[in-house]
Design a protein around this ligand. Structure first.
Ligand code: ZN
Length: 208
């Protein structure tokens, strides 16, 4: 048995024990005072603003296990985004698969989409190169731009792999290809990320 005492990590704001941190967490919301805790080298480094998510009905619940297809997963964190000028919002859930892999699942008005990050081989196009309704060549296929908008973070909970704060904004484009292929391009000050979406039938998401 080791003589070393286990390191107890505490919320810098209220002193409560910080959650057990996941390997890729960069941020955790304190379960007691809702302060945003910033993580560096698996240590709680500092605390930021408080964030509270308004609870709305959702199939997914943080800390519970779910099954869809041959996946078992547990939601560990969520970011809520408002799109456009208060036109609506959606949630991005960060989930841990039973294999330990992490994924994003977006939930917009009852629609669930698994977001698989997609690395571009070539230089990414400028956001302004997208025109609504026009086609663009990306991922070696012709995709139609079906939505262009701006997203603003309006709340967070649990643990997240990126540092995000209420008020943070990014632009995004939704692109659709043949046979229902669906992509999202996200652009912010630090660059851009691309995701290929896979629809999940909400009736096929079951408690594990
Ligand atoms: Zn706290």
């Amino acid at each position: 048995m080791s003589a070393a005492a286990p390191t107890q990590q505490n919320c810098p704001s209220c002193g409560a024990a910080a959650p057990v941190l996941l390997r890729h967490s960069k941020l955790a919301v304190c379960e007691f005072c809702n302060s945003t805790l910033f993580i560096e080298d698996a240590q709680v480094a500092s605390a930021g603003e408080k964030s509270v998510l308004t609870e709305i009905p959702s199939i997914l619940v943080r800390g519970r296990k779910f099954i869809t297809g041959n996946w078992t997963f547990e939601p560990v964190g969520r970011i809520r985004y408002e799109y456009g000028a208060s036109e609506g919002y959606w949630d991005e859930w960060w989930v841990q698969l039973s294999t330990g892999k992490m994924k994003w699942i977006s939930n917009d008005e009852g629609e669930y989409v698994i977001q698989n990050e997609f690395k571009l081989k070539d230089d990414p196009p400028a956001f302004d190169a997208f025109t609504l309704g026009r086609k663009v060549k990306l991922f070696d296929q012709m995709l139609t731009v079906t939505e262009l908008n701006e997203a603003t973070c309006i709340g967070l909970e649990g643990q997240l792999p990126e540092v995000v704060a209420v008020g943070d904004q990014h632009r995004y484009a939704h692109l659709e290809g043949p046979k229902g292929a669906m992509f999202t391009a996200e652009y912010d000050d630090e660059g851009c990320s691309f995701y290929k979406g896979a629809w999940v039938d909400p009736f096929e998401i079951k408690p594990a």
